[in-house]
Design a protein around this ligand. Structure first.
Ligand code: TYD
Ligand code: MG
Length: 454
């Protein structure tokens, strides 16, 4: 008889190995490799050749068959992030820091989907049903026909789900689930992986949409193995700063819609409220035009969003000048500083540089380059940009400006919010954006000369 095959995985990053070692090759952590017990230990019982399988010609698939109808919660910000509603049989992972509002969001979603006619079960492994009911009461949702269960045993949950066959099951949270055939503590990699696998398989088998809630580690990844992200169809992150009211639901992966879509919510005393005009919210704390402040006309997913970038540049008392960034990429900041120095002859050596995206928003678009450069120069020269101006465009290492995508949408949004001029790279499509004066430039040197007279 063949010897049972052992497998090991890293409790930090989830990488799998066929032998134990002291250090994980995946993430470099020490003493994180553990033997996997219970799941997939041992070879398949039959040889692969004996398995039944089938395949189908792509061209044989009927094109007549309409895609399954999506269900809408009526929470527009949520439906959009899901790619236009909830797809039957889909598995969705919602990750976020503890206390950010995941349970609140999903209880509200459960109530809305239930009121829209979906049979919905909300399984809480963290709170008792009475606690969940109290929260629902506080949110004004106690009349919603949602079934509640307080349960952590995976087998019991699957039995309940199999009996009830809901259209939507919410599991809050995947870290509290416990499979009794896996010998490790709830929250461990093997448990999270086993529970996610079972629940995703249940979704595919029965047509129930399953939403898994996952806590995020301090490094920002969903606690437990990365494989969970690969198992599910959609991965959403719920982000926000504790000190700020608003929260952003961002799709980082979606098999049924565009990734990078965002939904914006505000945490109120009565739960999460939708923010239908995020630009107005992000700019609401903006004061008089000041040196170092620039409004960036960005695109998040399919939607234009205006945000304020703030820079501070000051002589450094340290031998090594500081570079501090909140809400943007620090590598990208270093690149902009290098281009300003090499192509425009504007040095930042000996100067501390701080860059902040106001309101706690995170930006990843390269089109923010020019707005960042403008904020840095404005802070360095102590000169405010012309009032009511938005800036966007990507900067290349040569100092050339590259047109951004969706120029027209950015301009339209700026115009809608009362901005009168825009600075952008030459070459973008701008036909439909009248009513806003557009100042186009082809390189960074031209921009510096025209705006700062340097
Ligand atoms: P919660 O949904 O429990 O977070 P998570 O499930 O991500 O851990 O949200 C907890 C926070 O939300 C808590 O600090 C209180 C706040 N909150 C409100 O401000 N208003 C509300 O109506 C609710 C229900 C919660
Ligand atoms: Mg919670």
């Amino acid at each position: 008889m063949a010897k049972p095959v052992k497998s090991f995985s890293c409790t930090a990053c989830g990488a799998s190995f066929n032998k134990w070692s002291g250090r994980c090759d995946g993430c470099g952590d020490w003493n994180t490799i553990q033997e996997d017990k219970g799941i997939s230990a041992g070879p398949p019982s039959k040889s692969l050749g004996a398995r039944r399988g089938s395949s189908v010609q792509l061209t044989d698939l009927s094109t007549e068959e309409a895609p399954p109808p999506r269900s809408h919660s009526g929470i527009t910000e949520l439906d959009r992030v899901l790619g236009g509603g909830l797809v039957p049989a889909s598995a969705i992972l919602v990750g976020g820091d503890p206390g950010i509002g995941k349970s609140t969001l999903l209880l509200q979603a459960a109530a809305h989907f239930a009121k829209a006619g979906l049979k919905t079960i909300y399984v809480s492994g963290e709170e008792a049903s009475a606690q969940v009911r109290m929260r629902a009461q506080r949110l004004g949702l106690s009349d919603a026909p949602v079934q509640l269960a307080a349960e952590t045993n995976l087998r019991d949950i699957l039995t309940t789900l199999d009996k009830e066959r809901p259209q939507l099951a919410i599991i809050d949270s995947i870290q509290t689930m416990w499979a009794d055939n896996v010998e490790s503590a709830p929250g461990s990699v093997s448990q999270v992986r086993a529970a996610s696998h079972e629940l995703t398989a249940f979704a595919k088998r029965t047509g129930t949409s399953v939403i898994l809630v996952g806590h995020v580690t301090k490094e920002g990844a969903i606690a437990g193995p990365r494989v969970v992200e690969h198992m599910v169809d959609t991965v959403l992150y719920f982000e926000g700063e504790r000190g700020h009211q608003f929260r952003i639901l961002r799709s980082v992966k979606n098999r049924f819609g565009p990734a990078d879509e965002i939904g914006v919510f505000e945490m109120t005393g009565k739960g999460l409220a939708e923010v239908t005009n995020p630009s107005a919210l992000f700019l609401s704390e903006r004061g008089q035009p000041a040196a170092g402040s620039v409004v960036f006309a960005g695109i998040e997913g399919t939607r234009p969003v205006l945000v304020e970038l703030q820079a501070l540049v000051a002589p450094s008392p340290h031998s090594q000048a500081r570079r501090t960034v909140v809400g943007w990429d620090s590598g990208r900041l270093a690149m902009i500083l290098a281009v300003l120095e090499a192509r425009c002859g504007i040095p930042f050596a000996g100067l501390d540089v701080y860059l902040n995206v106001a309101g706690g928003m995170k930006i990843s678009e390269p089109a923010a380059d020019l707005a960042v450069a403008a904020a840095l120069l404005s802070a360095r020269e102590d000169t405010a940009l012309p009032a009511e101006t938005v800036v966007f465009g990507e900067i290349s290492l040569s100092g050339a400006l590259r047109p951004a995508t969706q120029t027209e949408n950015r301009l339209k949004e700026a115009q809608k919010l009362g901005f009168t001029s825009a600075i952008a790279p030459a070459g973008g499509k701008t036909a439909a954006a009248s009513g806003i004066s557009l100042n186009t430039m082809s390189d960074l040197t031209g921009f510096v000369g025209e705006i700062f007279g340097a």
